[in-house]
Design a protein around this ligand. Structure first.
Ligand code: ATP
Length: 354
């Protein structure tokens, strides 16, 4: 079976780290005999220049035919204020119902982590919560009735809470069988209350997974004190957004924060946590780890979902190769105590694959 994977470079450092991720995936796939059909798809500022839109007509139809895609960071805040310049993120997440954002945090020796032995995954609900660009189907979840007053609406649904909890429980079952619910139902009695109720309802089908709860502010503290006590964590959209950046700070920064967006459908989107980092674009110094690790998650996910053990094995082999590259300052970038360029780190990972 041939996997169809899209390549969407995005903006700024996306033009450096997405090709790096493609090179690593292609090398691992070749080694394990996994056939991949690559589909470059224009998106972002370059697409605006060439096609008149940051998400040209037909993009969603093209993506719908794929098994998954690698999405580089999108620097939409810097887009010019013209009609074709839209932020593709909410459209992609909603169209393909990518409701779970799976964000791992792992420590590696020598790269400047605050702790050793951190290995946790935050599963962030991705399509509702406080994010006004995606918690409603029309209009915005934020509005200003008077000059003096802004109202931001937080959406929590039983369906949304149940399905993200189920995705997190499935992940927990494959790992240490430990899931932590992070919320603030002491104050948001209805919103977080519903989220927690649905998490426990989903957990009834997973009696083998131990489920506990931590209030969000306590969790923010405990991430800085005993992050090793967590394995899989599930939380609502904005809490997850903030906490996954905090978690990245524990292990070397945003360059070390990968992610995979999944849903009930059979597509997945590899997307690093970080933004397009215009401050370091075109210098050849961006850390490609987060993007490569996101793409490796996609490959493993496709391997498991489609029943292609070679793809799952190729994904695992990338994880091992990255461990090897990260252990040597000459094959890791400056942000993580190394001296390598993006290209040198990528080559280091590809060499370690062999
Ligand atoms: P967004 O709101 O779009 O997520 P952001 O405000 O979080 O973006 P980023 O673009 O992620 O900002 O960058 C934040 C800082 O982290 C910048 O100084 C940037 O250089 C650094 N950074 C982000 N990604 C990387 C990377 N892959 N390698 C090295 N440094 C990075």
């Amino acid at each position: 079976m041939t996997l169809s994977i899209g390549i969407l470079e995005g903006d700024d450092i996306g033009h450096e780290i997405v090709p790096a991720a493609v090179d690593v995936i292609a090398a691992a796939a070749a080694r394990y005999g996994v056939a991949i059909d690559w589909h470059p798809i224009p998106i972002g500022r370059r697409a605006l220049e060439t096609h008149g839109s940051t998400m040209p007509h037909g993009t969603l139809e093209s993506l719908g035919k794929l098994d998954g895609w690698i999405l580089g960071p999108i620097g939409h805040q810097a887009y010019p204020k013209v009609p074709g310049a839209i932020n593709p993120h909410p459209i992609l997440r909603k169209t393909f119902n990518l409701f779970a954002n799976v964000r791992p945090t792992r420590s590696f020796p020598g790269i400047g982590c605050l702790f050793d032995n951190v290995d946790l995954i935050i599963v962030r609900e991705n399509n509702e919560g406080f994010q006004p660009d995606r918690n409603v189907v029309a209009g915005s979840g934020e509005f200003r009735p008077t000059e003096d007053l802004t109202i931001s609406v937080r959406v929590i649904s039983r369906t949304g809470s149940y399905r993200v909890a189920k995705a997190a429980l499935e992940l927990a079952r494959q790992r240490k069988k430990h899931l932590t619910l992070v919320h603030k139902n002491t104050v948001f009695k209805l919103g977080c209350g519903m989220f927690v109720e649905e998490c426990y309802r989903a957990a009834q089908a997973f009696p083998d997974v131990r489920v506990d709860e931590v209030i969000v502010d306590t969790f923010a503290l405990r991430l800085l004190r005993d992050p090793q006590t967590f394995d899989v964590v599930v939380t609502t959209n904005m809490f997850g957004d903030i906490l996954s950046d905090e978690a990245a700070g524990l292990v070397g920064g945003l360059g070390m924060a990968p992610g995979l967006c999944i849903g009930e459908g059979r597509v997945a989107m590899a997307q690093a946590t970080h933004g397009s980092a215009p401050d370091i674009a075109r210098k050849g110094i961006a850390n490609p780890y987060a993007m490569i690790a996101s793409a490796a998650m996609l490959l493993s996910w496709l391997g498991n979902d489609r029943g292609i053990p070679e793809a799952a094995a190729a994904g695992k082999s990338i994880e091992r190769a990255m461990e090897t590259a990260l252990a040597d300052p000459s094959t890791r970038t400056r942000d993580i105590n190394g001296v390598a360029s993006t290209a040198e780190m990528t080559m280091g990972i590809i060499k370690a694959l062999h």
